[in-house]
Every structure is written in structure tokens, then in C-alpha cells.
Design a protein around this ligand. Structure first.
Ligand code: ASP
Length: 428
């Protein structure tokens, strides 16, 4: 897609978001409730249509782009170096995000004085809690095992991305060692990769309508539900504010600084290039669903080398979740504060480590982080029921952490792009 076209789409997405705000605000007041609910149903279908369009491409896109990213690096030693840098960057940014979360929630104490809410009994959605409890037995061994799969075809069919990425990384690395015999398969993946990038360009044309639909359906439903959006967020307003402040610092300060000093790119310009992906992440609350848009923005708008974007972004969408890691830590410490439990320094360290691991294990789908929180709560012996405190606002906060997750991946791609090009001092 040309730069001009993608700017048209960016403007159309912004108009779509504006229309959604007007529709939700106006429609919930002016339209009869039944009609409004019916229209929300239509919006939901439009949104799901766009989301399915994205999902449909993900598996072939990830396979082809990871294999091509690796094979075009050529030399296995170079792959090792770049791979280690990518993992190091992701681990460091996630750790920075969690540390920031722990600091801010300890300073702001959003859970202090929430005891009444706890003793009054939480309004728990039993169905959701049952899903969450089902995760209670997950251990760190399971986390390690989730990198592999007993049947790669099954993983491809179910969109289980981590084994697909590991498989593609290894396949790509082996293909680089096969010489002439590897070339036909590499050419196949090359063609598939090119075709998928064109495919994304097509799906992006429906992004403005899809984003309008997704946002209207979700915010519209929240507006007409008892109490409305304001009350829902207000009930745990200090907690929501704490998460948003911490995410804001990570997204507007930490990551841009890394963008400028490590990737040597102007963060404002780069954010502008990545904007369609960031808005899609916010609207869909899924970083793996957003992946095609992230790749398109990085390669076509920001000019990131496809060798970097090709494997750094899919890997990031699956294991690098700065926003989720930060949120896990803040939420768990908030729950402890609400229950009047003082966490010791060692327990805070346990939160730090487990929040990082939980974010690696969380899938890039809506509210996956909420479910993985059980691991962190269990690790420090807090009641799983505490999740009931934050359940109602989770879908709302999820959007912001997903956007930060995608922003973190994008900076990772810019950093590796800079390494591949050996950029010297000075900011592009
Ligand atoms: N929705 C997030 C993502 O897709 C994961 C989470 O924090 O729930 O990146």
C-alpha cells in the first residue's frame, strides 16, 4: 500500500472513531432503547467482520514472515546475535514496565480504603470466575512447554502462535544451511509473504468501518448497562487512574526515549507511522489480531527492514507485553492493598518475576492478562476472588495495555532495524 493510501486510511480510522463516539453518546440518549440495541448488534457484526479479516491472515503471515525474516538474514551466526538482542530488548522493556507499575501503585496506594468493597462482598460473575479458576493449576513448567507443541498442524489450525513461531524460526534457520536444496521452499515462503502483505492492504480498507463497529458495540453496551460507563470506571477510579498513569509514563516517556536513543528514530514521527496499528490495538484489544496492521505500518509506513519486522513483530505480539506485565503487577498489588495485606519486599520481588512471566504466557487476545493474573495472585498467596474487584473495568483498561503492548513491539522492531542498518549517532 502506498504512503498516500495509508494516510487516507489513517484519517478514515480517526473519522470512524469520532463517529463511534458521536453514535454512542447521541444514540444512547436520542434513540429508543430497542432500536439502539439493534443498531449495536449491527455494529458488532461490522466489527467482527474486520477482526475475522485480520485473523484469517495471521497464521500464514506469521509463518511466511518469520521464515523470510530469518532466511534473509542469511548467516546463522547473525541470526543468533539478532535473536539474542531481540529477546534482551523485550526482557528489559518488560522489566522496566513492571518496575514502573510496582513503583506507581506503591506510591499512589489506590487500594487503600477499599476494604468496604471487599467486606460488602464482591459482585462476581461466576462464569468468568470459573474460567479464571481453571487456570489455577498452571505452573511455570507449563509456560516452558507452551513454546512447543505435540502437533504443529494442530497449532496452526488453532492459531496457537508460540509453537508456530518457534517452528518457523527453526525451519528458517535450517533452510539457510541447505544451499540450493533449500531455495525452492524459501521462494515459496517469499511468494506467500508478499501475497499476505498485499492481503493486509485489502483488509485495511475495511478498518475504519470495522473499528467504528467494534468501538460502538462495546462502548454502547457499557453505556446502556446499569450505571453506565462513568459509574463502572468510577467504582475503581483510583485503580483505573493508577494503571493509566503508569501505562502513560511507559508509553509516552520510557518507550519514546528508547526509540530515540537505541533505535535512533524520532519517536513522534515513528508513532505517527505506527498510528493505524496503535488505534487498531486500542479498538480490538488484541495484539495478535493487530499484528498484520503492525507489520504493514512498520514495513510500509515506517520503512522498517522486513528482515527485522518479519520476526521481531510476530515474536513481540506473542511474548512481549509491556502493558500487560505492568498491569499484572499493579492489579495484584492493588488487590493486596484492598484486602489490607502488606506485601513484603520478597513478595514484591515475586510479583515482579511472576508478572513478567504471566505476560509472556498471556496470549495476545482480549483480557488474556486477567486470566493469567491467577498465577501472580497464587504466587504471593492472595485470594483469587480479588479479581472480582477489577473485573468490571478490565475490558476498558485492556484496550490501553494492548496499545502499549503493540507500541513496545514496534519500538523493538525499530531497534533491530537500526542494528541491521548499523545506524550511527543522530536521530532519523
Ligand atoms: N489484550 C492484550 C493483548 O492482546 C492481552 C491482555 O493484557 O489481556 O495484548
Amino acid at each position: 500500500m502506498t504512503g498516500k493510501h495509508s494516510n487516507v486510511i489513517l484519517v478514515a480510522i480517526l473519522i470512524g472513531l469520532l463517529c463511534a463516539a458521536l453514535f454512542v453518546f447521541g444514540g444512547s440518549r436520542i434513540l429508543p432503547r430497542d432500536l439502539f440495541v439493534t443498531l449495536l448488534g449491527v455494529c458488532d457484526v461490522l466489527g467482527q467482520f474486520f477482526l475475522l479479516g485480520l485473523r484469517m491472515i495471521i497464521v500464514p503471515l506469521v509463518m511466511a514472515s518469520v521464515v523470510m525474516g530469518i532466511t534473509s538474514l542469511g548467516d546463522v551466526r547473525k541470526i543468533g546475535g539478532i535473536g539474542l538482542r531481540t529477546l534482551g530488548f523485550y526482557a528489559a522493556t518488560t522489566a522496566l514496565a513492571v518496575a514502573l507499575g510496582v513503583l506507581i501503585v506503591t506510591l499512589l496506594q489506590p487500594g487503600a480504603g477499599m476494604g468496604d468493597l471487599v467486606t460488602a462482598g464482591l459482585h462476581i460473575d461466576e462464569q468468568r470466575m470459573a474460567d479464571i479458576r481453571a487456570k489455577e493449576d498452571i505452573g511455570f513448567g507449563d509456560l516452558l512447554l507452551s513454546f512447543l507443541s505435540r502437533n504443529i498442524v494442530e497449532s496452526l489450525a488453532s492459531g496457537d502462535m508460540l509453537p508456530v513461531i518457534v517452528f518457523s524460526l527453526i525451519l528458517g534457520a535450517i533452510l539457510t544451511t541447505l544451499g540450493e536444496r533449500g531455495k525452492p521452499l524459501i521462494a515459496c515462503f517469499d511468494g506467500l509473504n508478499e501475497a499476505m502483505m498485499k492481503f493486509i492492504g485489502l483488509v485495511l480498507w475495511i478498518a475504519p468501518v470495522g473499528i467504528f463497529g467494534l468501538v460502538s458495540a462495546k462502548f454502547g453496551a457499557a453505556t446502556i448497562e446499569e450505571g453506565g460507563l462513568g459509574r463502572m470506571i468510577g467504582s475503581v477510579g483510583k485503580y483505573s487512574a493508577t494503571i493509566l498513569i503508569a501505562l502513560g509514563i511507559h508509553g509516552f516517556v520510557t518507550l519514546p526515549l528508547l526509540c530515540a536513543f537505541l533505535a535512533r528514530r524520532n519517536p513522534l514521527k515513528y508513532a505517527g507511522h505506527m498510528m493505524p496499528a496503535l488505534l487498531t490495538a486500542w479498538s480490538t484489544a488484541t495484539s495478535s489480531g493487530t499484528l498484520p496492521v503492525t507489520m504493514e505500518c512498520a514495513e510500509e509506513r515506517a520503512g522498517v527492514d522486513p528482515r527485522a519486522a518479519g520476526f521481531v513483530l510476530p515474536l513481540g505480539a506473542t511474548i512481549n507485553m509491556d502493558g500487560t506485565a505492568l498491569y499484572e503487577a499493579v492489579a495484584v498489588i492493588f488487590i493486596a492493598q484492598a484486602y489490607g495485606i502488606d506485601l513484603t519486599f520478597v513478595q514484591l520481588l515475586v510479583v515482579f518475576v511472576t508478572a513478567t512471566l504471566a505476560s509472556i504466557g498471556a496470549a495476545g487476545v482480549p483480557q488474556a492478562g486477567l486470566v493469567m493474573m491467577v498465577i501472580v495472585l497464587n504466587a504471593v498467596g492472595l485470594p483469587v476472588e480479588g479479581i472480582g474487584l477489577i473485573l468490571a473495568v478490565d475490558w476498558f483498561l485492556d484496550r490501553f495495555r494492548t496499545a502499549i503492548n503493540v507500541w513496545g513491539d514496534s519500538i523493538g522492531a525499530a531497534y533491530i532495524d537500526g542494528r541491521l542498518r548499523n545506524v550511527g549517532p543522530g536521530i532519523r
